[in-house]
Write a protein that binds this ligand. Structure first.
Ligand code: SF4
Length: 335
């Protein structure tokens, strides 16, 4: 008898996740429509791994990140964390789980309270979750700072006294203070200089291997997620259009939108000429996404069916990678 296939240990799963925001208008502020920010997203992240979630601004990736932490109410679908369905859990039950689910924000300056010292900022989560005594917490804060490459003397200083990269280190120290299992990294390096970006990415990688952290890493740029991700999901207008392991997405992208994102990555060697795939037009409004394939208004390969029938996310043809999924009629009709 064949051995049963060992079940993958997923720390986080979303199943057909939907987040729609109501829009109000008119004199009586009546509900006039919905923003379909996230519209049926299913993802899986294994424990200790990184899923890169990539797409242009406004595609819904940050909303996915906040929805998995239950910072937004879900309009549909499920979030499974550590095997538990947390979708309908009341806030009182979610609160203790938040210890295991943290977030690193794009702009550490906005997310760090400018009136608190760094020591107070880092001690706060320990106090809220009643961890340690005053003196042990002080030691914990010193250790956190050292762990993220900051001097102990930062304890008594304020966030505005530090550079952008240092503030992001403080933001990361706060995220790991409670030894979480999952960290949602929401564009953590987009506001930083390129030279600092790689230092922060290396820090996140080191912490992941030390602490067996799982990351949902959100970015608008495929070059940023390349070195940190195990799997990558490409998102367009509230939907996942391609999902695969990190190597396959760069070597063998199927979806025209993924191909366009990859063609936009600059090549460091000036002698190499790269053909750029330019997308025309703006991303349509999530208030009224186009029918059929949501990408058809910008896709250079769109044909009749694309305008009326929504493509399913299916296994890509002719690839050995079992979990390479693509939502495109053109690609999937080649099977
Ligand atoms: Fe382009 Fe059609 Fe594929 Fe959408 S389904 S990406 S419009 S070819």
């Amino acid at each position: 008898m064949p051995e049963p296939k060992q079940q993958e240990n997923y720390l986080l799963e979303t199943r057909d996740l939907k987040v729609h925001f109501p829009v109000y208008g008119g004199v009586f502020r009546r509900k006039t429509g919905k923003v379909y920010a996230v519209d049926g997203v299913s993802l899986k992240v294994s424990a200790g791994k990184t899923l890169g979630l990539v797409g242009e601004s406004g595609c819904g990736k940050t909303t996915v990140g906040r929805a998995v932490l239950r910072l937004y109410e879900l309009s549909g679908g499920e979030v499974i964390f550590e095997g538990k369905n947390i979708s309908g859990m009341p806030e009182s039950e979610i609160r203790p789980l938040r210890r295991n689910m943290q977030m690193v924000f794009q702009d550490p300056f906005e997310s760090l309270d400018a009136r608190q010292t760094v020591g107070d900022i880092l001690e706060e989560p320990l106090i809220i979750h009643e961890i340690g005594s005053r003196s042990t917490r002080r030691k914990d804060v010193e250790n956190l700072l050292l762990r993220v490459g900051m001097p102990e003397s930062a304890i008594t200083r304020f966030p505005h006294e530090f550079s952008g990269g240092q503030r992001q280190r403080i933001g990361i120290a706060r995220a790991i203070a409670l030894k979480p299992r999952l960290i949602v990294c929401d564009e953590p390096v987009s506001a930083l200089d390129v030279s600092i970006q790689s230092q922060i990415l290396n820090l996140l990688l080191d912490l992941q291997s030390e602490m067996n952290l799982t990351y949902l890493f959100i970015a608008h740029d495929l070059s940023v997620v390349k070195h940190i991700s195990d799997h990558i999901a490409v998102m367009y207008l509230g939907k996942i259009v391609e999902y695969t392991d990190a190597d396959s997405v760069y070597k063998n992208p199927f979806h025209p939108y993924t191909q366009a994102l990859i063609s936009a990555i600059p090549v460091p060697d000036p002698s190499v000429r790269k053909q750029k795939m330019v997308l025309h037009g703006d991303v349509p409004s999530p208030l009224s996404p186009p029918p059929g394939c949501r990408f058809h208004t910008r896709c250079p390969f769109a044909f009749g069916r694309c305008r009326s029938e929504e493509p399913d996310l299916l296994r890509a043809p002719g690839t050995e990678c079992e979990d390479h999924l693509v939502a495109c009629h053109l690609v999937n009709s080649e099977k």
